[in-house]
Design a protein around this ligand. Sequence first.
Ligand code: ATP
Ligand code: MG
Length: 226
Amino acid sequence: MLIEMNKLTKTYGTGDQLVHATQNVDLKILEGDFIAVVGPSGSGKTTLLNLLAGLLGPTSGSILHRGKEIQHLSMEERTAHRLANMGFVFQDYQLLPVLTARENVELPLQMRGMPQKEIDEKTAWAMTQVGLGDKFNRYPRQLSGGQQQRVAIARAVAGRPSLILADEPTANLDSKTAQDIIDLFKRLNEEFKLTFVFSTHDPRLISQVKRVLNINDGQLKEGSHP
Ligand SMILES: Nc1ncnc2c1ncn2[C@@H]1O[C@H](COP(=O)(O)OP(=O)(O)OP(=O)(O)O)[C@@H](O)[C@H]1O
Ligand SMILES: [Mg+2]
């Protein structure tokens, strides 16, 4: 078991302005899972991903990562946990424009205090996996949207995290590029057993996952496979 959420609730606001962004969510995620969280705008998808990441603390309930409770961690412990265990992919890539592709991929590894030799190996491995072994020294602005997303994926997987969270990762891509990125996620899942949780509206991605979770008004339900 990779993740276990028990009655996890996240409430925003105070007084009569409460928003229950997630409500009593029970969820088990297995190692090697490949999951899409699907629901309308404002239903709680990003909140759920942020709770999984340990970026947000829940209002109530517990969350276990490989059997260890993470909801009571201090800010510092949370950050260390995230760096060691999580990879992130965003809709708008979120690469640092002043860093090259290589430097973007290296940054989270450096923040973990990894020796440079290991950083070099992991960066080369990740850039090769995403098909950008020849574009190490390009800046984000010198890359297409699809290539920038590949760099972001390299950055997310380089440290071999136990969980990769991707919030609408294909939303900014044209249809052909989106399909290529989906195929890449699928291969990384099958070949390296990397665990992915996507938030998405993209029917192409939804049709490729192993598990669909439907979220509505913060309530999660296991969906039938597309
Ligand atoms: N920091 C915050 N403060 C107050 N309310 C928030 C905050 N973040 C999210 N919410 C509210 O919580 C609910 C869930 O938001 P969330 O961003 O998780 O939805 P989402 O499913 O990701 O939506 P979208 O598809 O538009 O990205 C919404 O009603 C939103 O307005
Ligand atoms: Mg969102």
